[in-house]
Design a protein around this ligand. Structure first.
Ligand code: PEP
Length: 280
């Protein structure tokens, strides 16, 4: 779809702040701090969570990026205990927008805050596809998470049909705009955006580095429109969708890709650690 990103052509990255600076050895360095987050989905019991994190800890001890594990609700206590004394952050995979009430099966952002959970993944395509999450409920969850002091990993991304019809840019911009409705400049500092093309999640079909960068840049452009380039430049925009130890370095070398949200590979400590090592 050559015209999809025409507004961005020749304007990848901000006019005010180059994402790359000269570096003697590599020729460039990535200026935003990378964030590599695992999304374990509905995998691992609490004991298995402890074991996985214990295996991961020495492998990522020297990481130059932020490392987060996104675990099922029941694993949160075990994960929080296991990461103590390390820099690894812990994320929940969803939260409800009300503080408490008659919402059987739900967990509120306030409850996560009380447990000292630092991050929450919101709007993952599996929540949108299988559990009825909409742009509007995503916005409400984001609001509750920010009010509770959490850092949000907000997921956006198009279905294959949407990409084929040439509306990726529109879809992703709309999801971003609605999710961030009411979010202030100050609160934006606690937002990470994960661009996750739905067709690449759990399929082994990764977006090319160019496709990933184009949409991450489009998201940053959208943020610049909503806030300013100065704000947009500071936001971490991750790519997610079958990122693995083999393709991470190329994806992460893109100027607008500031990290990854990793599903399958985050369940294998060696693979996840290899992705973390590529984020530098
Ligand atoms: C995800 O669940 O967010 C994801 C990107 O999964 P996978 O890496 O398995 O495609």
């Amino acid at each position: 779809q050559p015209d999809l990103f025409s507004t961005l052509k020749g304007n990848l990255g901000s006019p005010y702040f180059a994402p790359f600076q000269n570096d003697k050895e590599k020729g460039w360095i990535h200026m935003r701090k990378y964030v590599i987050a695992g999304n374990w989905k509905m995998n691992k019991t609490p004991d298995e969570a402890t074991a996985l994190i214990n295996e991961l800890k020495p492998l990522v001890a020297g990481a130059s990026c932020d490392v987060v594990v996104g675990v099922p609700f029941v694993d949160l206590p075990a994960a929080l205990e296991a990461v103590k004394g390390t820099a690894i952050g812990v994320a929940a995979q969803n939260c409800h927008w009300e503080k408490s009430g008659a919402f059987t099966g739900e967990v509120s952002a306030e409850m996560l805050k009380a447990m000292k959970v630092g991050y929450v993944i919101i709007g993952h395509s599996e929540r949108r596809t299988y559990f009825g999450d909409t742009d509007v409920t995503v916005q409400k969850r984001v609001r509750a998470a920010l009010d509770a002091g959490l850092t949000v990993i907000l997921c956006v991304g198009e279905y294959l049909e949407q990409r084929e019809q040439g509306v990726t840019g529109e879809v992703v911009a709309m999801q971003t705009k609605i999710a961030l409705g009411g979010v202030t400049e100050e609160e934006l500092k606690r937002i990470i955006i994960a661009y996750e093309p739905v067709w690449a999640i759990g399929t082994g079909r990764t977006a090319t580095a160019q496709q990933a960068n184009e949409v991450c840049a489009l998201i940053r452009n959208t943020l610049a429109g909503l806030y300013s380039w100065t704000c947009a430049d500071d936001v971490v925009v991750q790519y997610g969708g079958s990122m693995n130890a083999g393709n991470a370095a190329e994806l992460l070398a893109q100027p607008d890709v500031d990290g990854g949200l990793i599903g399958g590979a985050s369940l294998k400590p060696q693979d996840f650690a290899a992705i973390v090592a590529a984020a530098k």
